[in-house]
Design a protein around this ligand. Sequence first.
Ligand SMILES: NC(=O)c1ccc[n+]([C@@H]2O[C@H](COP(=O)([O-])OP(=O)(O)OC[C@H]3O[C@@H](n4cnc5c(N)ncnc54)[C@H](OP(=O)(O)O)[C@@H]3O)[C@@H](O)[C@H]2O)c1
Length: 397
Amino acid sequence: MKTLTILGSTGSIGTNTLDVVRRNRHLYQVYALVAGANIDLLTSQIQEFQPRVAVVATLEGLTRLNESLAASGLARNQWPELLAGDQARVQVVRAPEVDTVISAIVGVAGLEATYEAVCLGKRVGLANKEVLVSGGSLVMEAVRKYGAELLPVDSEHNGAHQCLRAGNRAQVSKLILTASGGPFRCTPRENLAFVTPGQALNHPTWRMGNRITIDCATLMNKGFEVIEACWLFDLAPSQVDVVIHPQSTVHAMIEFSDGSVLAQVSATDMRMPIQYALTYPDRCDAPVPKIDWAQGRQWEFLPPDYSKFPLLKLAYQCQEAGGSATCILNAADEIAVEAFLQGRIGFLAIYEIVQETLARMPAKTPRTIGDILEIDRGSRVLARELATARAAGTVTA
Ligand SMILES: NC(=O)c1ccc[n+]([C@@H]2O[C@H](COP(=O)([O-])OP(=O)(O)OC[C@H]3O[C@@H](n4cnc5c(N)ncnc54)[C@H](OP(=O)(O)O)[C@@H]3O)[C@@H](O)[C@H]2O)c1
């Protein structure tokens, strides 16, 4: 029986994780559910999974959670301990009962707790890609030092992890990450200036949280995945290729030195990689559709258009640059995506804000998680100023 803390239980990955738990009650129990502000969903998750602790982002959220649990009729003696804030997230990872942490908070808010889990040598199912994008060097150093098991949940990295089991790591020449191409794959570049948040949120193959969905539309998400892959598999950026594969069925491929390529293929359903991270090195039945090979199908593989989606190229450059560059990239992108979703800036301004934040933030070498959070904060302040200037029309996108 594995005991889990789920960071981001109310999100897309979190709810899929709980579905895996729901179907395998004999294998998993939930110690803590950690959410942000979705109190209604957290309340129903508490009723169903009966965690020992529930954590929300703020004290205001804690008050609402108290009220919601009281209204739910759940007997007081069945309430979990209720906590709020950054330190509470770390506390529920630290609990000795917890052996496995699913890291599925969006953004850098999940960094400290995930790092703590790694430093305690726990198994971490890593969905939160911002952890490695912002703090890859420190996190991987801790993985090695404390012997943590970092298992990728991101479908592409999970696919690569599976392919790598078939060969010798020293004989790997390339990792190929596939990308659906997002909703604007066939949109002419000149039309991108006018696309709306609604159009950008309409991902062709995956249903995910808002930020990652917009990042898929700009291909920033694929750039983050390149960075994540470099850290996870100890590869140089030049060893990680991106290929557009609109069907999202081949998730990743590994090319070995003799030119042989192994691919991981499965349905577009995150419950498979989530379950893999929980059961590894074993496998068990997953509640995902199997591919029906009796049906005819065509798979396409196309090169990405770096001039139309410049954030992908920028991600390679930031990983090459090292130091604080990828942390700034992530922070600026998060703010720019937020401004785009609020309708304050246009789609193309996302790139401009990220690029300008990178150009203006001083390059540093973060040595602690505190340094990373400091760089993240500074980058956000600057990116927010740049977004406000664009929203006010002082700068036109
Ligand atoms: N969805 C996918 O298929 C997928 C695939 C690969 C990788 N990922 C990565 O996995 C992570 C989660 O993605 P998602 O799609 O599940 O995002 P999502 O649906 O937006 O969920 C994000 C989760 O983070 C929580 N959260 C946000 N801020 C928080 C804070 N300050 N404190 C505590 N919790 C906070 C949210 O809580 P509330 O909703 O309660 O506010 C929610 O539970 C991202 O890093 C994403 O890039 C996702």
